[in-house]
Design a protein around this ligand. Structure first.
Ligand SMILES: Cc1cc2nc3c(=O)[nH]c(=O)nc-3n(C[C@H](O)[C@H](O)[C@H](O)COP(=O)(O)OP(=O)(O)OC[C@H]3O[C@@H](n4cnc5c(N)ncnc54)[C@H](O)[C@@H]3O)c2cc1C
Length: 387
């Protein structure tokens, strides 16, 4: 049986789109194609689940603000039959630290964030030391603290979206798209690994780090590739004040998690490709010394677990690609290339794409600058707030 709308990929982005479409009651038959209901290799469960307003582009800030509000009420919005959908929402803030000479940029971004209503405190070295005494601030020029930012359990949020979407009638099919056919200037059907050809009026590509290879099946060229990202969970018995999620210009990214801390050191120039296992000694050789430098209490810690996940790296400008395939098959939409921000931007992407697909325009958030036109024109719209 065909569908009206086929969503390729049932991670948090595809599932958010499915939910926002289904809740309108106007989307018809929505099918999500997802090969792995355990999401073992998907990005979503491997993420830190951070939601922060510390961006430079107004669209990224606005999408994060929508995500913050949405996730704050998620457990109720996604409740089914009175049963809430908890996602461990914690409003414990973010801290961006300028320790590599780019303080002018961080200060300019702070201005953009404040102008859009974010509560963001610009801290000089002394103010930073007073607020977070455990930090080594000797080599820090300034920092930006956003106390309203938050983090969630991203796997629980995915399950919440998925369960609610199914509850609203969305059909999740355990299968893989292996072919995608166009005729007469429009996409017609996808071929699934099971051999079924599934026809639809409209298709949405939300296959995360696989979006480049799936897009290529129909000739949709996307600068999206998998970028491996190691994470570590560690504990210390040393006393540390409650910390926000910390990101530094020298690429440390870590924050409180359960009884300890989770994070890593994204390598933006990591060659493209999927890796299955973390490097055996990288935490000890590289990550730990940097952690201990920034937070001397972490001189003594116990590594409990390391794992890998994958960013969908947009090599043009590290900014999401959301919208219609302008200049191609115009019944194809995409939401990919989040370059590490797809959890926080999933609710806004779902809302925006549902509006674009069903009404032909963005009504709530105008994210047309994130559309495919800039990709086709090779004109980057670069986020400057990535540290
Ligand atoms: C270590 C790490 C930390 C992160 N921290 C954060 C953070 O703090 N905040 C934040 O916002 N983001 C963070 N991210 C990024 C975030 O995880 C991703 O942007 C987000 O999960 C992307 O969701 P997705 O649904 O697009 O991708 P995925 O979750 O990867 O889902 C894509 C799905 O497509 C499916 N698929 C693949 N091929 C096919 C096919 N041929 N047919 C059908 N389906 C297919 C896959 O099985 C997969 O389930 C982090 C990522 C990592 C790796």
């Amino acid at each position: 049986m065909g569908a009206d709308i086929v969503i390729i990929g049932g991670g948090i982005v595809g599932s958010a789109i499915a939910y926002f479409l289904a809740r309108t009651g106007r989307a018809g038959r929505v099918a999500v194609i997802e090969p792995d209901p355990t999401y073992k290799f998907s990005a979503t469960p491997t993420a830190n689940g951070g939601i922060r307003q510390l961006f430079s582009l107004p669209e990224n800030i606005a999408m994060a603000q929508y995500g913050l509000a949405f996730f704050a009420g998620f457990h109720e919005t996604m409740a089914i039959g009175g049963e809430p959908a908890p996602i461990g929402f914690r409003r414990r803030g973010y801290l961006f630290v300028s320790d590599d000479g780019n303080h002018a940029r961080m200060e300019a971004n702070h201005g953009a964030q404040a102008a859009l209503g974010a509560r963001v405190d610009l801290l000089d070295r002394a103010a930073l030391a007073a607020r977070f005494p455990s930090l080594n601030v000797a080599d820090v020029a300034l920092a930006v603290h956003s106390p309203d930012d938050a983090w969630i359990n991203s796997h629980a949020a995915l399950m919440g979206f998925r369960d609610k979407a199914r509850n609203l009638g969305v059909d999740y099919r355990q299968d893989r798209v292996v072919g995608w056919r166009a005729a007469g200037g429009a996409a017609r059907d996808v071929t699934l690994g099971s051999g079924v050809a599934l026809a639809a009026d409209c298709f949405v590509l939300a296959a995360g780090a696989w979006s480049g290879e799936v897009g290529a099946l129909i000739g949709l060229a996307l600068p999206v590739e998998p970028m491996c990202r190691e994470s570590h969970y560690f504990v210390t018995s040393n006393e540390i004040e409650p910390l926000p999620f910390i990101k530094t210009e020298t690429h440390l990214a870590f924050g409180p998690e359960g009884e300890g801390y989770a994070g890593g050191l994204p390598e933006w120039d990591q060659p493209a490709g999927f890796l299955r296992d973390p490097h055996p000694t990288r935490f000890e050789d590289v990550v730990w010394p940097l952690l201990a430098h920034r937070l001397p209490a972490l001189e003594s810690l116990k590594l409990k677990r390391s794992w890998v996940g994958h960013y969908a790296r947009n090599t043009l400008d590290l900014t999401a690609i959301v919208g219609r395939w302008e200049g191609g098959c115009e019944n194809v939409y995409m939401a990919c290339g989040y370059s590490g921000h797809g959890i926080m931007h999933a609710p806004a992407s779902g809302l925006a794409l549902a509006e674009l697909i069903l009404d032909g325009v963005y009504r709530t958030l105008d994210i047309s600058a994130f559309g495919y036109a800039r990709i086709a024109a090779n004109q980057p719209y670069r986020e400057q707030g990535i540290v």
